[in-house]
Write a protein that binds this ligand. Structure first.
Ligand code: GLA
Length: 733
């Protein structure tokens, strides 16, 4: 059992293969957090807590005249607003009498075999014997007897992952309101941390940032109704001297696709509190008597071997215990998406011609992007009218999909189910179905509004129309896009006192519809997208095993975007395509080989008009697709190693995929600068077997030598030249 409970000391110890998490219900029933980090014996770590009479840090009444006991100082598992803890807290309730002061005390717990799931919300799952998992549910009681808080813990031993989620249950006779609920709170007794976050903007997502934690609160978050391009709901705390390969670090990933807040507070006693959960700004949720509210799951991991190992823990978990369905383990088709090739300017004939050319190159799936429905020749109209524009296509969707299948290709199609243009039949019929604040003109973005996905009737309508389209033709892939942030959070279907629920209900509605879609079309490959990577989060990955990483397809820009993304997410989830040169977004020219090197470190596909590339390039594309298939398992299921940071490298940027058994590896390199008569460069490899011999281009090297001395890199002779170097263990050669 991975969960130990000592009834005398009321100590809970959760153990994975390499990490340990500990809590203790103390003499007053307060649930203290005593440890998260390196695994050891289940000794009571509360010995590390010091008690002192501290000025202006008050004492709870149950502590009687003990002036050394203060919730303002103690490390806690689920601190509450108004309890005497003046730091950021995990829960703020508005009681029926308008007050908010809340105290929680331990009531009971249960330990169950297997991993819990959450109604209507994504959750990591364990589906095989190799993923031993257990669930602990600790119930805390509100001292005013209005509600219970159930703290959920999932312990995935072999994966080295611990999850947390929270459920609040109203057992009073009145409505209570949750004004803030954070899914995870981790209190550390020390504060010498660096905080690692991922910031960005449209076409430049998930830039990596590392900064020392200083006194005060440092936070990232989103109030855009999506996880956003601006910040990703994934954070890392590490020791100051932690590197890729050494040192302590702790990762926190929120499985949620809406507003979020991640904060780290260094307090007056140099202690650190990390909180992660729904952003409270657009949130106030009413729980009626006997109702329950579930806050989303946070996945947590600890590594004492640096950031690289921490990432690999998340990669393994998300690849096969978050992504679900057929495409979790099956090879995904190499696709060609028509978007950057033709944008809105196409008809059926043109698409079939593109598909024909693509099929000749070895492409397996052809995707028709935006523009096939309603009146949609530009992005200003038609959104919401999910009716095939046969006039534009010059044929029915079935005829088009048949023609594409006749070429030996699968067929995919784009939707933006949540979006609506005012210039659409749907808006003209149901103007009240959009998010819009009464008396205020709505905020437009890309000249579109959003449907109120918190409403079941609205979702049902869209679902029915999407299914009609999907059932009318042979469709194996669906791209689910969203091209704006939420605004005007008002739902015509909710009373005034429940308007604070709209954002969260919207996200629950989105999940509900995605779940229905995957239940109805279990074989369909669904790719998430939000203007590229605006909703690239672990919540979406539960429904869509891959997400378009960025609308920026420039291979050199993508180095940073995919590098940042790799900290929390595996390459199997990163939608990545080779596009035209000069690049549409930056005008940069990068060799076709390099564009493929970068796209292959993702789901791999093309986003161009094959007609516009030369015969010589077509031959190169053919060989790229063959090469990608050859390396597929190594890339998608191998261990991923970051070798350099592209934003701090002036020579070669490198990364590496290593087979789980160490029998082969693929080294990818991109020359970022080129100099005549330049110096020699070496790259130290990682993850190989020290005592094995490896063969590279016919030459033999011991594994330990490649990892210490490094590999002498080839001289680049072309700007942004890249290299894909296969490394094979001699015994497998
Ligand atoms: C978004 C997506 C693109 C493309 C367009 C279509 O920007 O990220 O890939 O689908 O929408 O309008």
């Amino acid at each position: 059992m991975a969960i130990l409970f000592d009834s005398t000391s009321r100590l809970f110890t959760l153990k994975t293969n390499h990490s340990m998490y500990q809590m203790k219900a103390d003499r007053y029933g307060v649930l203290l957090h005593t440890w998260f980090g390196m695994k050891s014996s289940a000794f009571d770590y509360s010995y590390r807590i010091s008690y002192a009479d501290r000025g202006f840090s008050g004492n709870p009444y149950d502590a009687e005249d003990d002036r050394t006991y203060s919730l303002d100082v103690l490390p806690q598992e689920f601190p509450t607003y108004g309890s005497g803890d003046y730091r950021s807290t995990a829960l703020k309730i508005r009681y029926p009498d308008g007050t908010s002061a809340c105290e929680l005390r331990y009531l009971k717990h249960e330990i169950n075999e297997g991993k819990y799931s959450l109604p209507g919300l994504p959750a990591i799952y364990a589906d095989s014997a190799d993923t031993l998992s257990d669930t602990l549910i600790i119930t805390l009681e509100d001292t005013r007897h209005m509600f219970y808080v159930h703290l959920y813990y999932g312990v995935m031993e072999g994966l080295d992952i611990i999850t947390r989620a929270v459920c609040v249950e109203n057992h009073s006779e009145a409505d209570i309101y949750i004004e803030n609920i954070q899914s995870a709170c981790i209190d550390y007794l020390h504060g010498n941390f660096d905080l690692h976050t991922f910031y960005g903007r449209h076409v430049k997502e998930r830039n990596y940032q590392r900064a020392p934690l200083t006194h005060g609160i440092q936070s990232i978050g989103s109030t855009r109704g999506t996880s956003s391009h601006q910040y990703n709901p994934f954070l890392i705390l590490s020791d100051r001297d932690t590197t890729e390969d050494h040192g302590n670090c702790y990762g926190f990933s929120l499985l949620y696709s809406g507003d979020f807040l991640g904060s780290a507070e260094l307090d007056q006693y140099d202690q650190t509190r990390l909180l992660l959960g729904i952003h409270p700004d657009n949130f106030c949720f009413c729980i009626k008597p006997q109702e329950r509210f579930y806050a989303p799951e946070t996945a947590m991991a600890y590594s004492c071997h640096g950031l690289g190992e921490l990432s690999r823990i998340f990669h393994r978990t998300y690849r096969s215990h978050l992504c679900r369905g057929k495409w979790t383990n099956e090879r995904r088709p190499v696709l060609l998406n028509a978007w950057e090739g033709v944008y809105f300017d196409f008809d059926g004939k043109k698409l079939v011609q593109m598909a024909k050319d693509a099929a000749n190159l070895g492409v397996e799936l052809f995707v028709m992007d935006d523009g096939w429905f309603g009146k949609r020749d530009l992005d200003v109209s038609g959104l919401g009218d999910w009716i095939v524009n046969e006039e534009k296509l010059g044929c029915s969707l079935l005829e088009l999909s048949d023609a594409i299948h006749d070429l030996g290709l699968q067929f995919g199609i784009w939707f933006e189910p949540e979006g609506i243009n005012e210039d659409s039949n749907l808006y003209r019929t149901h103007p009240d179905w959009v998010l819009k604040v009464p008396g205020k003109s709505p905020t437009r973005s890309r000249l579109q509004l959003l449907l109120d996905f918190s409403r079941e009737d609205v979702r049902d309508y869209i679902f029915t129309h999407i299914c009609k389209v999907l059932d009318s033709a042979r469709i194996e892939y669906l791209k689910w896009d969203l091209n704006r942030s939420l605004a005007d959070l008002y739902s015509a279907a909710l009373p005034a006192e429940r308007q604070g629920e709209v954002m969260h209900r919207y996200v629950l509605g989105l999940y509900d519809m995605l779940e229905k879609l995957i239940q109805r079309y279990p074989d369909m490959l669904i790719e998430g997208c939000s203007g590229g990577g605006g909703r690239f989060d672990a919540g979406m990955l539960y429904y869509t095993p891959q997400i378009w990483c960025s609308d920026d397809t420039d291979a050199i820009e993508r180095l940073s975007i995919q590098y940042g993304t790799s900290f929390g997410y595996p390459v199997s989830t990163m939608g990545s395509h080779v596009s035209h040169c000069p690049n549409e977004q930056t005008g940069r020219i990068a060799p076709l080989h390099t564009r493929a090197t970068v796209a292959m470190s993702g789901t791999f596909g093309y986003e161009l008009d094959v007609n516009k590339i030369s015969e010589e390039e077509k031959e190169i594309v053919k060989s790229q697709i063959i090469e990608f298939r050859k390396y597929y398992s190594l890339i998608q299921y191998g261990n991923y190693y970051r070798l350099t940071n592209p934003d701090q490298t002036t020579a070669y940027h490198g990364w590496e995929f290593v087979a789980a058994d160490g029998s082969e590896a693929l080294l990818c390199l991109v020359a970022l600068q080129i100099h005549p008569n330049g110096p020699g460069y070496w790259m130290r490899l990682k993850g190989l077997k020290e005592d094995s011999v490896y063969v590279i281009d016919g030459r033999e090297y011991p594994g330990d030598v490649l990892m210490n001395g490094g590999l002498l890199l080839p001289q680049a002779t072309e700007e942004y030249q890249s290299f894909r170097i296969h490394i094979i263990e001699k015994s497998n050669f």
